[in-house]
Design a protein around this ligand. Sequence first.
Ligand SMILES: [Zn+2]
Ligand SMILES: [Zn+2]
Ligand SMILES: [Zn+2]
Length: 166
Amino acid sequence: MASRDIPASVPSSSSSSFAQSGEEDDQALYYGAESGWVEARKSCNHLAASLSPDLTHIPSPASFCNRCEHPKENWLCLSCKEVLCSRFVNKHMLQHYQQQTNHCVALSYSDLSVWCFACEAYLDATAIEQLRPVHETAYILKFGEAPPFIPGGVPATEGTTSSGTS
Ligand SMILES: [Zn+2]
Ligand SMILES: [Zn+2]
Ligand SMILES: [Zn+2]
């Protein structure tokens, strides 16, 4: 009686053959470190020392670079609110950081991402509480409306007449 079809080189654990159909799981690795995808950080130790105390008033996203007047895709320093061009133009934001290393957090006016020069990483502005307000402010300035993901920050339009009579 030939009870086994399995080639002799395969070990007897029969369940391992099922694992070969799991190739789709590899897709999940694209979000890992291997494929060059860089995940935005959800924390940064430099915010407390770097962020301006008043980020409710920021320059227009259409501001030119303060040094070379490059007209677009500039960065906003979240320490002193200076608008400077990117490392792909004249590197004025990078130079700004190199001169004053506590000015390490900058917001991109091209896609509203936040970069920390000290971490050398993007920061998730929607997940970090200190960054969320300025990200929203920049979003409103750029698009003319609030971002769609304000968590609980919506003005109360209902329930205004909740009269608690005794
Ligand atoms: Zn510049
Ligand atoms: Zn600055
Ligand atoms: Zn940092």
